[in-house]
Design a protein. Sequence first.
Length: 295
Amino acid sequence: MSRAPSLLMVDPGHFEVSYTINPWMKPDAWSQDREGHFRAAQASSLALRQALEKAGAEVIMMPGAAGLPDMVFPANAAVVLDGRAIVARFRCPERRGEEALFLKLFQSYRARGLFTEVAQYPETVFQEGAGDCIWDHTRQFFWAGYGQRSVRESLAVTRDFFGVTIEPLELVSPRFYHLDTCFLSLSGGEVVYYPQAFSEAGRGRIRDIVGADKLIAAGDEDAAAFCINAVNFGREIVMARPKDGLRAKLSERGYHVTGVDLDSFIMSGGGAYCMTLRLDRASDAATAKAKVARA
Ligand code: ARG
């Protein structure tokens, strides 16, 4: 039997929208009803956690920190594969304080033998974690976004650290500033994407690699509702409440979709995927090696 997927989440007790580093963030709208939005965010975070657990995941909660409201989006903390983590370098100064806290967390995992190696991107090489680096389990490589937050130079660092192929995707829209806002890789090999977020070359690569039968284009409404920013394991998909036809398209393909009200986090430009970080992501090569070692 395979173990439950392990997902990191961050306690939302310090969450707010107090600055603008992407076009979705409206501190004015937040301050019109600070308490109401805060309360809704606490409820939404709990609802997400419960939906993930119900779908079969194990959720590990990490405390947040005062003055770092966007820490609730740990997908940006690091890229993780095969018990190895490379910790992010944030482009926006508002989020840089998170780096040391996530580094400390992964170092503690290493000290406990849960991780074998923990590194960090070089100081000047911006890279915002799994939000811009998405593992494709079917194809055994990372799709890596660059051009908005992460820089193209980060791709070679990721490739060298993990020793796996990286498929670069240039992001061209400030509204879809992380790859996970416009790209979702599913367990069955399907890819959901929002074509307008990518350069012509990127769209071409996605079409060539994924193939028409496995490629699902999301509409404007689902993209703006952060539904592409979804968590998938097995046949389960957990996402912000879907709007358009996306739920139907995924159900048709045999996925079970759970929609959660994440409106207060969408006010910060984030959805389900970025509120989590998968800690036990493993490549087939490492899984096979571990099996041999156990035999
Ligand atoms: N306010 C956060 C930021 O702009 C939202 C991050 C969402 N994370 C993600 N992986 N899409 O950085």
